[in-house]
Design a protein around this ligand. Structure first.
Ligand SMILES: [Zn+2]
Length: 297
């Protein structure tokens, strides 16, 4: 089977004409390295007409969607594929109400499924950024004063952001996450998840970064209102306006999901040919997420 490539909606529609086309694709990705029964571990099975597999030993049947993020999608696998395609290839902001309208599901259903997709977009944390890295913090929400940098307004959500730069000073990769405050302990979370010890890091003169110099190669320079961190601040502006135009209100609980979505697309903007397949692959291997984990607290 050929893996899906490209961003062309007509070609996509031709390829995935029915639920069966989608199930076949999922089953292919799921068992591409061979089948193994989840109940008894046996490796021989019968393939059913709906692309599920029945174990030859214990007769346990596993559907193509079981144990994936497509499990029990109420509105059908084809719509789910289309929403994934849209979320993977868009360069615009997609709100749940827009997706609901376009695909004929309720806003609530769209929101819930889109959170599952964002879960799949989460970084594997297997490829920490290296080379030249710029790091800064910013805030989301509340009234904007056009000011960049640390804000202590408690209503705003604090976020830390790192970019890896190319030799030309362009953004190669980006990671971002919510922090509770600007302490070293909180800043360190991003370093531990996403930054290589080999990276040459530049930050502004915030003292919170200083204790991290023992483990990381950090140089501190004046921010000069962001002028010394131009590529990073361009990304921060894009991220903030993307969130502002799509989501009038982003809850504390969900903020990391939106940051993951934004960074996922940025980090694959050079690999757009394979982005849909990459996303479906992630949906397949991600553990089942129960509704309760997605509900906003
Ligand atoms: Zn079995």
């Amino acid at each position: 089977m050929n893996l899906y490539k490209g961003q062309n909606l007509i070609e996509f529609t031709e390829r995935f004409k029915s639920d069966e086309d989608c199930l076949e694709y999922l089953a292919h990705l799921k068992w591409t390295e061979g089948y193994k029964c989840r109940k008894c571990g046996h490796i021989a099975s019968q393939e059913r007409s709906n692309f599920s597999r029945t174990c030859n030993k214990c007769s346990h049947t596993e559907s193509a969607t079981a144990n994936t993020l497509f499990h029990k999608v109420k509105f059908g696998i084809r719509k789910a594929f289309f929403i994934c395609f849209e979320m993977a290839t868009t360069t615009k902001s997609l709100s749940a109400s827009y997706v609901g309208e376009r695909f004929g599901v309720t806003e609530k259903t769209a929101r819930f499924f889109m959170h599952k997709v964002r879960e799949a977009m989460k970084s594997s944390e297997n490829h920490p950024i290296e080379g030249e890295v710029h790091i800064d913090e910013f805030v989301i929400g509340g009234k904007e004063k056009g000011k960049i940098g640390r804000s202590y307004n408690s209503k705003k959500k604090k976020v830390i952001c790192a970019v890896e730069l190319t030799d030309e000073g362009k953004v190669k990769r980006m990671y971002s996450m919510k922090i509770n405050n600007y302490s070293t302990k909180e800043l360190k979370k991003l370093f531990e998840k996403h930054i290589s010890k080999e990276a040459a890091i530049t930050t502004d003169k915030w003292k919170g970064y200083r204790p991290l110099m023992e483990q990381y190669d950090i140089t501190q320079i004046e921010s000069d209102n962001g002028m010394n961190f131009k590529a990073l601040h361009t990304m921060i502006h894009q991220l903030k306006s993307w969130i502002r135009t799509t989501y009038s209100w982003v809850s504390e609980f969900n903020i990391n999901r939106y940051l993951d979505e934004f960074c996922y697309r940025i980090n694959r903007s050079q690999m757009k040919e394979n982005i849909f397949n990459n996303l479906i692959q992630r949906m397949v291997v991600a553990n089942k997420i129960y509704q309760v984990e997605l509900i906003c607290s």
